[in-house]
Ligand binder design. Structure first.
Ligand code: FAQ
Length: 327
């Protein structure tokens, strides 16, 4: 019986190794819509899956601050610079909330950070592409944040208490980022012909990674079935992608912008969007370390880790004087 001891996320587990009565009672709690809290009994596989997903999410926030962050020094005007700085700071704050939620499951922040900088952990595909112009930062703030909200608003109604509470707070802030991004895109799309061209080119660049962002299609997704049974994921990857298309494609077209997919249209019979199947080989390459910016992103993170070590050590030596909350 595995029960509640911290599990090495790399170890293999199977549900057959759990006590059947405990497993059944756990599933009943989930089905009743109860929240699971850190000290409650949970199957080792549930713990492992949550650590994987929350940790990847935390890494995505911290790495996700980098493409937009490169535009802080070059933002067009003081007000836009201030707003972008605040947004980037929020994203790093989201990582802090998420690392704390993952820590409640027993994996230390040091171990998570180590797995990020050694390339062992994944993070969102989308942050491995370069933000070439100011318009890229606008498209990220509007549409990547929009995609994140679709995913996180649904999953904030999920089963693991600390993750859901972190997601609720994050969604409030992401909603504000989305408005900021939309304002920037509208400004460019209704500006000079040069500005329109710049935002159109950014849209063309970010569309394929945005389609990948929601994860592989349901036919090839590995974890969706288990995670939906446990209400960690509240909708499948394809369902989230469809929701995003439904909400945002009309808004993009309203601005007179186009999207680089000739098949993209709403199928009036099914009510679903038809689109060209995303290139899943490219997706796999990017999430496994071979995207245009993976090496650069991890190098920046390693540098930050190295330069900030003395601060972390100082905080840790103070913390050791107090009782740790999850001991
Ligand atoms: N990128 O079986 P599935 C943000 C991996 S936050 C990289 O379908 P699952 C805020 C997956 O890990 C953005 N890898 O996986 C912001 C698995 O590999 P593994 C992050 C991906 O977990 C905005 C394999 O493929 N959001 O943007 C991706 O059931 C602006 C098989 O896939 C979250 O993390 C991907 N896109 O579903 C910040 C939300 N998709 O681990 C700055 C929480 C799949 O077995 C600026 N996460 N993989 O080696 C989730 O909802 C889920 O984990 C999914 C993937 C939906 C991402």
């Amino acid at each position: 019986m595995y029960g509640n001891a911290y599990v090495d996320p790399n170890e293999k587990f199977s549900l057959e190794q759990e006590t059947p009565e405990l497993l059944a009672a756990f599933q009943e709690r989930i089905d009743r819509g109860e929240k699971i809290e850190p000290k409650d009994w949970m199957p080792a596989m549930y713990r492992k899956q949550l650590i994987r997903m929350i940790e990847q999410h935390a890494h995505s926030e911290i790495i996700g601050s980098l493409p937009e962050g490169t535009w802080i020094t070059r933002a067009p005007g003081f007000r836009r610079k201030l707003a972008l700085m605040a947004k980037v700071q929020d994203e790093v704050g989201h990582a802090q909330l998420l690392y704390s939620a993952a820590e409640t499951l027993g994996k230390s922040r040091e171990a998570m950070m180590n797995d990020l900088i050694t390339g062992k952990s994944k993070y969102s595909n989308i942050f491995n592409y370069p933000a070439k112009t100011w318009a890229d930062s606008a498209v990220i703030a509007w549409l990547v944040d929009a995609g994140a909200i679709v995913n996180q608003l649904a999953n904030s109604k999920g089963s693991y208490g600390p993750y859901c509470r972190a997601l609720e707070r994050i969604c409030y802030e992401e909603s504000f980022h989305l408005k900021y991004g939309h304002d920037n895109v509208v400004h460019l799309a209704t500006g000079t012909s040069k500005q329109r061209q710049m935002v159109q080119e950014a849209m063309n660049r970010w569309w394929p990674p945005l389609m990948h962002f929601f994860g592989p299609s349901d036919k090839i997704s590995v974890h969706t079935e288990t995670l939906m049974r446990w209400k960690v994921k509240m909708a499948s990857n394809d369902a989230m992608r469809q929701q995003f298309l439904n909400m945002y494609v009309p808004k993009i077209w309203d601005l007179g912008l186009t999207l680089p997919d000739p098949k993209l249209k709403k199928n009036e019979e099914t009510g679903l969007w038809d689109y060209t199947e995303p290139d899943w080989d490219e997706f796999k390459r990017v999430i496994n370390g071979d995207g245009p910016c993976n090496a650069e992103r991890l190098a920046v993170r390693r540098m930050a880790e190295e330069n900030g070590k003395w601060v972390a050590n100082a905080i840790k030596s103070k913390q050791d004087e107090y009782v740790t909350p999850y001991a």
